[in-house]
Design a protein around this ligand. Structure first.
Ligand SMILES: [Zn+2]
Ligand SMILES: [Zn+2]
Length: 283
């Protein structure tokens, strides 16, 4: 039987709409065999799911993941980390630093947007994000949509929050090398996320040479020809092939449901094998 997996999912611990347990329930219902929770700069979603060392839920395996962002000139690069050890103290300390800086950045963006004449306050953004979650631009966008300034989250990004738009503030970022090192320190596998969104093949090649071990070949934003191109690149450079829905449960961003955009299990098993080699384990 064909078994399907999804290695790119956000919960409300970052900018997704649904609680981690809801994601698990939906994944079981969709008949998925593996999912990876890949919240931005946080492992809180995974921690909420894991009870003790149990990582298996009615046949569904939940893989610990994360998604880091960094800026190259004019480009935002996302790097996924898979099979990370969420107890690793170096990782936890770095996430705490990122957390403090993210809040600071959100506060600055709200001030910029308010200065443009929009009625928005940091408290409102915080209320949308929730006390614990990784605050980000989508939360600011949600407040502006709720106040009927914009029809959709993506339109807020287009007008105000994308790089080079008037509400944008660059985030405190780790360099590509720091992110890759950090993922390795936590025994994880660094994977370049959605290379198609980088839209510059030379940057993608630079990233491959900087030490990522996998390429997110399958992503809802990729065209068929991009998928083919990245599949070839992954094979050429002996990279693990990954993919996922980038599920946020927001209506205008990527698939609305789990189980629509999946990858074959075989790819997950390859990734798992790679993580065990990294740990020196036998299989
Ligand atoms: Zn991303
Ligand atoms: Zn993502």
């Amino acid at each position: 039987m064909y078994m399907a997996s999804d290695l790119h999912i956000h919960t409300d611990a970052s900018d997704g709409m649904l609680a981690p347990q809801m994601i698990v329930d939906m994944a079981i219902q969709a008949g998925l065999s593996h999912i990876a929770i890949t919240d931005h700069d946080t492992i809180d979603g995974i921690q909420a799911i894991y009870q003790g060392d149990n990582k298996d839920y009615h046949g569904l395996t939940v893989i610990p993941g994360i998604e880091f962002s960094t800026d190259m000139p004019q480009r935002e690069i996302h790097i996924l980390g898979y099979y990370i050890d969420i107890k690793n103290p170096i990782l936890r300390k770095q996430l705490q630093v990122l957390h403090v800086n993210r809040r600071d950045r959100a506060r600055k963006m709200v001030l910029k947007v308010a200065a443009l004449g929009y009625d928005i306050h940091y408290d409102e953004v915080l209320a949308v994000a929730g006390e614990k979650s990784t605050i980000g631009r989508p939360h600011i966008a949600r407040v502006l949509v709720e106040k009927n300034y914009f029809p959709s989250i993506s339109s807020v990004f287009d007008v105000l929050l994308e790089q080079n738009r008037p509400g944008y503030v660059p985030h405190y970022k780790l360099s590509v090398a720091q992110i890759i090192t950090l993922i390795h320190q936590a025994n994880g596998i660094p994977v370049l996320a959605h290379p198609g969104l980088i839209a510059d093949d030379s940057v993608v090649l630079d990233m491959i040479h900087s030490g990522v071990q996998g390429l997110e070949v399958y992503h809802p934003s990729h065209t068929k020809s991009q998928t083919k191109e990245y599949l070839n690149l992954a094979e050429k450079y002996h990279l693990a092939i990954t993919g996922g829905s980038d599920f946020h449960a927001t209506p205008d961003r990527f698939p609305e449901k789990l189980g629509i955009f999946t990858i074959p299990d075989e790819l997950v098993l390859n990734l798992q094998r790679l993580s065990m080699i990294g740990r020196g384990g036998c299989f």
